[in-house]
Design a protein around this ligand. Structure first.
Ligand code: PA5
Length: 423
């Protein structure tokens, strides 16, 4: 099989003599789990821990919910949300509508009103996901939706699944008291690294995705990145290139570029992964994302000629799922007959190549990932590679890639304004 993921770089060189010793030292730190936040490296084990027993249990829960509910609402925020919607969009048709809805990422009254209206009188279920069990946004959404579920479903407890900490937290206590089915987010896995635990896997099982292939992809990525050798370890290469661009060239912004609309939410997941992991102690690349060609007609001008403080990281899917070719038209009024018979995949590839050359001419360095296909195996491979790259990259700039102390600041202000009683 050809490599599921490859990486090429333009406008930046990697001095292996400089980077290999750094990578080798930090590889040991990661493997020994001896660096800052080392107790949160459990995501390295999850592709193996999610074994056949767990897959079968998740599949059974998904079948039960699918059978008994017309709408299933996944409640969560940050790492308890982004991986789920990212996976749904990544593997679905852009036009697909599933029975899944998402809540708990906003306190918008109108968004909640619409959702409550939608489920009124319908058979619906809830998956409430919170590692801490105390995050305000999902807790409010859960209270409202559970309240409605209780009013219209005497067997409501059968239609609620809680995914939370093994031992502690308000959600854990409620789940035990109410008899909700429970799944555990391992103690040693932080929210933004949790998509390959029941957090993401239950959603994917509901959508009918192949969990075995997804986990197989992650395991393959783990095996391929098990050695410290920079010339063969893609995750470490990516981390080193980012570091060279940030520290060596003073690029402050990394723009993740997708050429498929199904990857737009991947950009959102990736932004949390890198932004929350690295943006601390007054350092860290600012992660942003765009989808081309769409954003070439909004952000393309800036990328081409604006301030030179950014670089692009492209994820290009090499193989389309379904071929579409441009038809010949007799009149040729649109002057597109020169493309007749060409596949959109090929045209999209040339659009990518042309864009990248233009941006390189405009002094925007680029890292280009080629992903073989848009399927479960390749998604698992990509997720694990990004997580490992993020750990290495965070350590390279001297931060703890597994905490998020800054997120508490807004919560303190919000609680003070709302008059939350002090414990
Ligand atoms: O990465 C993290 O840990 C956080 O961003 C969390 O994902 C987010 O705050 C949600 O937290 P919880 O799952 O505890 O509700």
């Amino acid at each position: 099989m050809s490599n599921p993921l490859t990486l090429e770089a333009h406008g930046v060189d990697l001095d292996h003599a400089v980077y290999q010793p750094i990578v080798s030292r930090l590889h040991q730190t990661i493997q020994n789990r001896s660096g800052a936040g080392g107790e949160f490296l459990g995501w390295m084990d999850t592709p193996d821990l999610m074994d056949e027993t767990m897959i079968q249990r998740l599949t059974a829960t998904a079948a039960r919910l699918n059978e008994s509910c017309d709408i299933i609402i996944s409640i969560g925020i940050g790492g308890s949300y982004l991986g789920n919607i990212m996976g749904e969009r990544f593997l679905s048709s852009p036009l697909a509508t599933s029975k899944l809805r998402y809540a708990g990422q906003t306190i918008s009254s109108d968004a909640m009103y619409d959702l409550l209206e939608e489920v009124k009188g319908k058979r619906f279920g809830l998956i409430v996901i919170s590692k801490s069990g105390t995050t305000t946004e999902p807790a409010i959404a859960f209270r409202l939706l559970l309240n409605q579920l209780k009013q219209q479903d005497p067997e409501y407890a059968k239609h609620v699944v809680a995914i939370t900490d093994a031992n502690k937290g308000a959600l854990k206590t409620l789940a035990v008291n109410e008899g909700f089915e429970q799944y555990i987010i391992p103690d040693d896995v932080g929210g933004r690294y949790s998509v390959l635990t029941p957090v993401g896997l239950l959603t994917f099982a509901i959508l009918g995705f192949d969990l075995r292939a997804l986990l197989h992809g992650a395991k393959q990525a783990k095996a391929d990145a098990s050695a410290e050798d920079l010339s063969s370890n893609l995750a470490y290469q990516y981390a080193a290139f980012r570091h060279a661009l940030y520290q060596g060239q003073g690029r402050k912004i990394e723009l993740l570029v997708a050429f498929e609309p199904t990857l737009t939410m991947f950009g959102e997941w990736w932004k949390q992964l890198f932004g929350e992991s690295e943006g601390k102690d007054n350092v860290g690349l600012f992660p942003a994302s765009v989808t081309y060609s769409t954003d070439l007609h909004s952000m393309g001008q800036y990328v081409q000629e604006g301030e030179r403080h950014l670089f692009e990281t492209v994820i290009f899917v090499d193989e389309s799922r379904h071929p579409v070719t441009v038809p010949l038209m007799e009149s040729d009024l649109d002057e597109l007959n020169y493309l007749a018979g060409k596949s959109l995949q090929e045209i999209n590839r040339f659009a990518m190549l042309g864009t990248m050359q233009a941006h390189l001419d405009g002094d925007v360095p680029q890292l280009i990932f080629h992903l073989g296909k848009r399927d479960e195996f390749h998604l698992g491979y990509l997720i694990y590679t990004m997580e490992l790259a993020c750990a290495m990259s965070g350590y390279m700039i001297g931060v703890n890639p597994f905490d998020q102390p800054g997120v508490e600041h807004y919560k303190r202000n919000m609680f003070a304004l709302l008059g939350k009683p002090k414990k």
